[in-house]
Ligand binder design. Structure first.
Ligand SMILES: [Zn+2]
Length: 131
């Protein structure tokens, strides 16, 4: 079968992969879309879980010059370590990171808008002592 084609299991007719129904009436089943990470609350994290901060969430600086929000955390994968007062520690590509998860506020000294990020779970740590 050439790439991008599929055949009808009923009549053998050849179709493009996006065809939903064959002329003989056979309906093709579509695979459900790949499940991206599920959004969870940071409080649901356990040590060793891998997560990613959702774009456009979390602490940021606002550039009045360009009107742009510059996020203080990168979007690469992070491994949760532990909670700390108003925040949590995780490691990523560039080592340890402190992520603020308390009430939103703006720092007068740095101008950083502190805001709890929304996160997506990438992978749960496999637990040896499963509940
Ligand atoms: Zn058919």
């Amino acid at each position: 079968m050439p790439k991008g084609r599929k055949s009808c299991p009923d009549c053998g007719g050849e179709h493009g992969v996006r065809t939903k129904e064959c002329s003989c009436g056979f309906k093709f089943k579509f695979r459900p879309p790949i499940r991206r990470g599920k959004e969870i609350d940071v409080s649901e994290l356990n040590e060793g879980d891998v997560f990613r901060i959702i774009s456009g969430t979390g602490s940021f600086w606002y550039s009045s010059r360009t009107g742009e929000k510059i996020y203080s955390q990168d979007r690469y994968k992070l491994t949760f370590k532990k909670f700390e007062k108003n925040g949590m520690f995780a490691f990523g590509k560039y080592g340890h990171e402190y992520i603020y998860i308390g009430e939103s506020y703006i720092s007068k000294t740095t101008g950083l808008h502190y805001r709890k990020p929304r996160i997506k779970l990438v992978k749960r740590k496999k637990s040896r002592d499963a509940i």
